[in-house]
Design a protein around this ligand. Structure first.
Ligand code: GLN
Length: 290
C-alpha cells in the first residue's frame, strides 16, 4: 500500500478523532500532523500533496494513539504556550491554562498603577510548576528578579529549562520548598496559582485533567482552601509595605480567600478580576503602606 499524502493523513486523523467524540478533532488533527512532520500550518498546506515518509507515519500514529487514549494535545506535544512563551511541560507540572493569564494581567495592572513596571522589583511565585506565571511577569518587567518555589524538584527542573528557553535565566531563581517557607523578603509582588480543587471534586474533573495533570497541583484539601491557609500568612509576612499578593482562585472561592487575606492583615482589592468565562479568577490583597 502506498503511503498517504499529508492531506489524506490529516483528514483520516480528523475522522478518527471525530468518531472518538473529541470536540476539537479538526484542530487537534492539524496540530498533531504538523508536530509529527515538523511543519507549521503554512508548511502543512504546501506539503499537502506529498506522501508521508514511514518515520512520519509512525510518529503520527503514536500521537494519534495517545490522543485517542485521552491525552490532551499539550501533553502529546510536551509543550504549551502561555503569555506568548512556549513552555515545556512535564508530568510534575499542570498544563498552563488561559485562565491563569488573568493573574498575570492583574499583577501587571497593579504594578502599572503604582508606576513600578521598570523598577528592580523582587517577585515570588509560590508553587511555580512550569514557571508560567513567573516567566510571563519577568518577560514584561525588564528589571525584575524572580524567585519560583515548588515542592517538586522535577517541576523546578522544567521551570528552569523554560527560563533558559525564554532567555530569562539570569533573572529567575528556583527554590525547592513549600510555598514561601524557603524565601526571605521583602517582595514587591507575590503570585500563586496553588492547588484549589476540593478533594471530593477531583474524580469529577475532565478525564484530560484528572488523568494527566499532577494531583499535587490540583488537590486543595477538603474545602479546596488548604494551600491558601498555608501561603497567605507566609506571603503577608514577606511583602514590602504597599505590595500585593495576587492569587488564582477556583470558582466560588473568592469570598473565603479574601477572608483569609483579611485575617492575615492584607487588604483585599475592591474587585477580583474575571477570566474570559466571567468567573472571578484573580484576587489581590495589599499589605499596608508604611
Ligand atoms: N484550573 C484547574 C482545573 O480546575 C485547577 C488548577 C488549580 O488547582 N490550581 O482544572
Amino acid at each position: 500500500m502506498s503511503a498517504p499524502t499529508v492531506e489524506a493523513a490529516r483528514r483520516a486523523l480528523t475522522a478518527r478523532l471525530k468518531s472518538a467524540a473529541i470536540e476539537s478533532a479538526e484542530l487537534d488533527a492539524r496540530i498533531l500532523t504538523g508536530h509529527a512532520l515538523g511543519l507549521d500550518l503554512t508548511g502543512l498546506i504546501s506539503a499537502a500533496q506529498r506522501q508521508l515518509t514511514s518515520d512520519e507515519s509512525a510518529r503520527l500514529e503514536e500521537f494519534a494513539h495517545r490522543r485517542l487514549a485521552g491525552e490532551p494535545v499539550a501533553r502529546v506535544l510536551g509543550e504549551k504556550e502561555f503569555w506568548g512563551l512556549p513552555l515545556q511541560l512535564s508530568s510534575a507540572t499542570l498544563v498552563p491554562r488561559p485562565d491563569t493569564e488573568t493573574v498575570v494581567e492583574l499583577a501587571l495592572e497593579l504594578l502599572r498603577a503604582g508606576g513600578d513596571l521598570d523598577r528592580p522589583l523582587r517577585i515570588a511565585d509560590l508553587g511555580t510548576g512550569s514557571g508560567a506565571i513567573l516567566l510571563a511577569l519577568l518577560s514584561e518587567l525588564p528589571a525584575a528578579q524572580g524567585f519560583g518555589t515548588d515542592i517538586s524538584e522535577a517541576a523546578l527542573q522544567t521551570a528552569a529549562a523554560n527560563a533558559a528557553r525564554a532567555g530569562l535565566s539570569d533573572r529567575a531563581t528556583f527554590i525547592a520548598c513549600d510555598y514561601a517557607s524557603g524565601l526571605a523578603g521583602p517582595f514587591d509582588l507575590i503570585v500563586s496559582n496553588p492547588p484549589y480543587v476540593r478533594s471530593a471534586d477531583i474524580n469529577g474533573l475532565a478525564a484530560e485533567v484528572r488523568n494527566h495533570d499532577p494531583l499535587a497541583a490540583l488537590d486543595g484539601g477538603a474545602d479546596g482552601l488548604d494551600a491558601y491557609r498555608a501561603l497567605i500568612p507566609q506571603a503577608a509576612g514577606l511583602l514590602a509595605p504597599g505590595a500585593a499578593l495576587v492569587v488564582e482562585a477556583g470558582e466560588g472561592q473568592s469570598t473565603q480567600i479574601e477572608a483569609l487575606m483579611t485575617t492575615a492583615g492584607l487588604t483585599p482589592a475592591t474587585a477580583p478580576k474575571a477570566d474570559l468565562a466571567g468567573i472571578p479568577r484573580a484576587l489581590a490583597g495589599h499589605k499596608k503602606a508604611r
